[in-house]
Design a protein. Sequence first.
Length: 201
Amino acid sequence: MPELPFELSRRRILLAAGCLALVLFAGSKLLTRPQTSAGLAPPVAAPAETAGAASSAVVVDVVGAVRRPGLYRLAQGARIADAVSRAGGATRRADLALINLAAPLADGEQVVVPRRGAAAPGASPAAGGSSAPGMPTGGPVHLSTATPEQLDSLPGIGPVTAQKILDYRQQHGAFTSVDELDAVPGIGPARLDQLKDLVAP
């Protein structure tokens, strides 16, 4: 008569071995499956910052008695002295006393470096010369290069209005027309008519 308990135990061993092999196979598949978790996805690159460089810089036109006239880009808050330096510096003929080197630059401004002795506005006339009543000595006052003293010498223009003209020139650049004086606070049509023959852009 066959030994049944031995046959049953061998069958159980084979069944257990099969189950173990199945579990190991399934486990190996799970371990080798590629990770698709969203947490392991490569990070999305942050967009490059596009802070406008133009907002932190000014572009000015440097002309006159400088070594390299032209357009220059300078940092916000730069001074006229910085613009003159970027343009190669002033030439030997420059008259830097006629401009305010410490004045801050404005975007789109034209920096005019006047030349020494080049028909400087307000210069004394030749001996024996004469001027029309109210006409500043030496001819018309050039609004684009005039000093506060030269502007103050004009009829009806005191120190306060002279400073307003300089402020307007600083913000808007060189004058292109005498009529621009109408945009300066304190100068109305009547005052403009009075000054038209005494000043030039």
